[in-house]
Design a protein around this ligand. Structure first.
Ligand code: NI
Length: 264
């Protein structure tokens, strides 16, 4: 039986991947990756990720400004991106959120633009892809403030506690796991993943970052998402086929996609 995988969070248009993007995409296809969500991180990058999605039938795009870039945003910048959101290949707003680990933008600036982008997403009737690092409580607080308008979303590269996981699940979120699930030191996270509802779990690479074992230290790419799926299968006591069938269906449901568009 062949497996079908979705990489729900990739950055195909960063300089680490651009030079051999075609080869990267070909290897992903060969590895059974039939859907890649190409995630925007900035104004120009959001235009690029959509252009890449337009060229490749198994790629979809999200548009948004990463918290690292929040300080560079100006009034009117989101409105300038709004026309892109009308393209059906744009499946979410993201990645947006808070990063109090690297703090490349001041906390209050990050919160301001996180709120602004949530409002923007709600107006566009889009789900959201969330980045949070050392800022889970503040991220949840802001999401909960506006929960009546939330249409769901994906908590990308989830690395929190079981309690935090349930707070996101209560908001209707899917939890997406990346390469760190395979790292020897991630014992706590592996315990969390055993307790979650299987129908709310996704897998991703976050490439070019965070390569799973055994590719640590190398550039990550979508074909490697299978290693995270294999780790998930082992933790859940399921076969790789059963696990990838679940994460594949979850990915389609999370982003409002139809399987028939990805079978070719
Ligand atoms: Ni990312």
């Amino acid at each position: 039986m062949t497996i079908r995988l979705a990489d729900t969070h990739a950055h195909l248009d960063l300089p680490e991947i651009l030079p051999d993007q075609e080869e990267v995409l070909a290897r992903a296809r060969e590895a059974g990756v039939a859907l890649i969500i190409n995630v925007g991180i900035g104004l120009e990058n959001s235009r690029q990720v959509l252009a890449t999605a337009r060229k490749h039938p198994h790629v979809r795009a999200t548009i948004g400004i990463h918290p690292h870039a929040a300080a560079s945003l100006k009034d009117g910048d989101l409105q300038a991106l709004t026309p892109l959101a009308g393209d059906p290949l744009v499946v979410a707003v993201g990645e947006i959120g808070l990063d109090f680990y690297r703090r490349r933008s001041p906390e209050e600036t990050q919160k301001h633009w996180f709120r602004q982008q949530l409002e923007w997403a709600y107006g566009l009737k889009k789900i959201v892809v969330i980045h949070t690092r050392e800022a889970t409580a503040a991220t949840l607080k802001i999401l909960q403030e506006t929960r009546s308008q939330l249409r769901g979303g994906v908590m990308h590269c989830f690395g929190g506690s079981l309690e935090e996981a349930h707070s996101f699940l209560d908001l209707g979120f899917y939890l997406s796991f990346a390469g760190p699930l395979t790292y020897p030191q991630a014992k706590g996270l592996r315990e969390v993943v055993k307790e979650l509802p299987l129908d709310r779990i996704l897998v991703e690479t976050d490439c070019p970052y965070l390569p799973p074992q055994p590719w640590r230290g190398k550039r990550n790419e979508p074909a490697y998402v299978v290693a995270t799926a294999r780790q998930l299968a082992e933790l859940r006591g399921l076969s790789l086929e059963e696990t990838t069938r679940a994460t594949w269906e979850n990915s389609l449901r999370a982003f409002g996609l139809e399987e028939k568009d990805f079978l070719g």
